[in-house]
Structure formats: structure tokens, C-alpha cells
Design a protein around this ligand. Structure first.
Ligand code: NAP
Length: 293
């Protein structure tokens, strides 16, 4: 059976991860069923224009997820605790897993995160372990992807990089500490590799990083690439937490003292074209978050 005969349901398709996965699968010739709560949104319509079959479903409505998964070969599952909170993230991830199980899909690729250990105290990493456990208990044919920090954290306005990536993150974790990075397009490419080669990827748990660079190094690379410094807003931690909660600040404090490491060479074995921070920043059109000072 060729990829054109096979259908992958992509959750979070209007978002960063799911969007990258959906675009890559479409490019590789897969049929994609893109899940969204709002098929009329701009992002959903853009996916439709690329050839995705956009369907309305809600992580909180199992019947809609069952309908979305019906007849599919595979499911890409991702949830966002920053939108829903971690309790809802767990419920959502379990609901998607149950729907995939009921539909009898042949492959589930799960967009996880974190270290894969339960000793961090980071709620949005622990929640993913709960979802993974549930998927394994169901016996799903599962690939777990653990992407490290998205390179888009440096530029995507939705992440408020001036306050978060360039100020609070280095303040709490240390500007000279190693950060493991992966860009979203490379995540999409690796998810597509997994769907294309289930024999190799089912049962695998993959920590994904295209590069390791401290925030100080990233600032220097940004400066070399753009001629300007990334814009930094010295927001107090308490104010940042008022906007974002304590999950990110807990994560960055934990990373300050941890000896967690990922190996970009392992990711490059899967995807030799995985980009470095320098390559990724160099390929950007405009340094929208730059500051001359
Ligand atoms: N930031 C990082 O560096 C990083 C690194 C590794 C992993 N992660 C993980 O990445 C995940 C977030 O992914 P993302 O950035 O791609 O999220 P995102 O861009 O915020 O997208 C969220 C998606 O979820 C969908 N969604 C939200 N609530 C839904 C619901 N009730 N029912 C159906 N769909 C719903 C949205 O679709 P509609 O609005 O169209 O319905 C949207 O497509 C988190 O779990 C995070 O821990 C982040």
C-alpha cells in the first residue's frame, strides 16, 4: 500500500507541532485528516488548501475523536497544557489514545516532551508520562517523540520570546547552560519518517535535538546572523508567572541544576538534514524580535 492510500489523523493540526507534521505528511504524499475545533479558522482553511481533509473534533468530546479516527492508518497526537492546564492535557491525551485504540489504527506517533523521567516536578512533563503509560497499557502501536526546546521559542511572538526566552529562561536556568533545540520542520520530518517506516519506529522513544547551544550562545549567533541583539524585556519572574503559570519557571529552575543531556548526533542519524540554531536563524526572513542595543 502506498502512502497515498493511507490516511493519518493529525491532532493539533492548526498548531505548531501538528501543523509541521501535517504539512510534511502532505508533502510526502500522505492523506491527512486535520483535527480542529474550528474548521473555519484561517489556519484550518490553509491546511485545506494544501490538501488536508479538515474535520471538526474536540479533545473533550470522545465521540468526535472516534469519528475523526475512523478508518485511519495512523494518528499524530499532541495536546497543549499551556492552553488547557495539565489535568485537561492528560484527559485529552487519554481521549485521543482511546479513540485511536477503538479505531484500530496501525500506528500512533505521540508528540511528548521532557526528559522521560518522573523526578523533575515539571507538571507538563509528568502529564505526558501519564498519557504514554495509558497508550502502552492499551497496547497501541506507538512511537514517542520527545522534541527538545523548539527553535521557534526564539522568534514566535506567541511564546513572548523577549520576556521568556531572552530574559526569564536564562535568568532561572543560567545563560551558559546547555539548551537542546529542534525546529518544528525537523519534528514534522521525523514524524513523517516514523509513519513511513513503522517496522523501525513502532516501540521507539526518541529524544530529538538538532543542536545544543546555551541562551548566551544563541544571543551571540543571533547577533552574528542579524547584526542586532534579540530584543529582551526584563520582566520580573513573579509577573511572568502571573501570565504563564509556574510550569515554565519550574522547568527552567530544574534545568539549572540538572545533568540531563540529549545527543544531536542521534537525531542527525535519523534526519541528516536536521538544522543547527545557526542554520535555522540564518534561514529566517526578518529579525522581527531584534534590538539594536
Ligand atoms: N515549546 C517548546 O519548546 C516545546 C518543546 C517540546 C514539546 N512541547 C510540547 O508541545 C505541545 C504544544 O504543541 P504546540 O506548540 O504545537 O501547540 P499549539 O501551537 O498551541 O497548538 C495547539 C493545538 O491544539 C488544538 N487544540 C487545543 N485544544 C483542543 C481541543 N479541546 N480539541 C481539539 N484540539 C484542540 C488546537 O486546535 P484548534 O484551536 O484549531 O482547535 C491547536 O491546533 C505541548 O504539549 C508542549 O509541552 C513544546
Amino acid at each position: 500500500m502506498s502512502t497515498t492510500d493511507r490516511l493519518v489523523v493529525v491532532t493539533g493540526a492548526t498548531g505548531r507541532q501538528g501543523g509541521a507534521v501535517a504539512r510534511r505528511l502532505l508533502r510526502d504524499g500522505w492523506r491527512v485528516r486535520a483535527v480542529t475545533r474550528n474548521p473555519a479558522s484561517k489556519r484550518a482553511r490553509e491546511l485545506g488548501a494544501l490538501g488536508a481533509d479538515v474535520v471538526k473534533a474536540d479533545f473533550d468530546d470522545p465521540a468526535t475523536l472516534r469519528a475523526a479516527c475512523h478508518g485511519a492508518h495512523g494518528v499524530y497526537s499532541v495536546q497543549n497544557p499551556m492552553i488547557s492546564g495539565v489535568d485537561a492535557e492528560m484527559r485529552h491525551g487519554v481521549n485521543v489514545a482511546d479513540a485511536a485504540h477503538e479505531a484500530g489504527v496501525s500506528h500512533v506517533v505521540y508528540g511528548s516532551a521532557g526528559t522521560g523521567t518522573s523526578d523533575t516536578g515539571v507538571g507538563s512533563w509528568d502529564s505526558k508520562l501519564v498519557i504514554e503509560d495509558h497508550m502502552r497499557r492499551l497496547g497501541l502501536p506507538l512511537t514517542v517523540l520527545r522534541p527538545m526546546a523548539f527553535m521557534e521559542l526564539m522568534t514566535d511572538p506567541g511564546f513572548f520570546p523577549a520576556a521568556s526566552t531572552w530574559h526569564v529562561m536564562p535568568k532561572l536556568m543560567g545563560g551558559d547552560r546547555p539548551v537542546y533545540w529542534l525546529c518544528l520542520d525537523d519534528l514534522g520530518a521525523i514524524a513523517a519518517l516514523a509513519f513511513a517506516d513503522p517496522g523501525r519506529f513502532i516501540g521507539a522513544t526518541l529524544t530529538l535535538a538538532g543542536d545544543v547551544q546555551s541562551i548566551d550562545d544563541c544571543r551571540a549567533i543571533w547577533r552574528e546572523v542579524t547584526g542586532r541583539w534579540p530584543r529582551r524585556i526584563p520582566m520580573p519572574v513573579w509577573l511572568f508567572e502571573r501570565f504563564t503559570g509556574t510550569d515554565l519557571t519550574t522547568m527552567w529552575r530544574w534545568l539549572h541544576d540538572s545533568d540531563f543531556a540529549a545527543d544531536p548526533a542521534e537525531t542527525r542519524q535519523l534526519l541528516p538534514t536536521a538544522v543547527t540554531v545557526r542554520q535555522w536563524l540564518s534561514a529566517r526572513d526578518a529579525p522581527t524580535e531584534s534590538h539594536p542595543a
